[in-house]
Design a protein around this ligand. Structure first.
Ligand code: AMP
Length: 113
């Protein structure tokens, strides 16, 4: 997957619409189009990486998780939330731009069904 045809890169460039809940220079967070929980937000780095295997920088990874924490706080997910990073075919990844699912607003059982 290259960044030109990547649907999340198109959201970053505002070429297709999304319900954006947070944005700064390096990250954007928006509602998942098919939510599985009352809150279902995707937090993504604006820079294209296909998946978790392809992001090299420790600093960039740390920043992503810090941004997830910030977004969860801004969404008032004080009762807890589920974070998911699907990677590759066995991980069930369907959009090949690194993203963190943030699920909240209900109890999430473990293991996931
Ligand atoms: P994954 O299976 O981890 O790759 O998740 C990709 C997620 O992106 C799915 O939950 C989709 O519902 C979501 N998705 C796909 N296209 C869009 C879009 N245009 N806007 C918002 N969410 C999307």
């Amino acid at each position: 997957m290259d960044s030109v045809s990547c649907i999340f890169c198109k959201i970053v460039k505002k070429e297709i619409p999304a319900k954006v809940v947070f944005e700064d220079d390096e990250f954007i967070a928006f509602n998942d189009v098919k939510p599985v929980s009352p809150v279902h937000v995707l937090v993504i780095p604006k820079k294209h990486h296909n998946n978790l295997l392809e992001i090299e920088s420790t600093e960039a990874l740390g920043k992503l998780m810090k941004k997830v924490q910030q977004v969860a706080k801004e969404l008032n997910l004080n009762d807890g939330f589920r974070t998911i990073i699907n990677t590759g075919d066995n991980g069930g990844q369907t959009v090949h731009h690194l993203h963190v699912h943030v699920l909240g607003g209900r109890f999430h059982k473990w293991p996931p069904g």
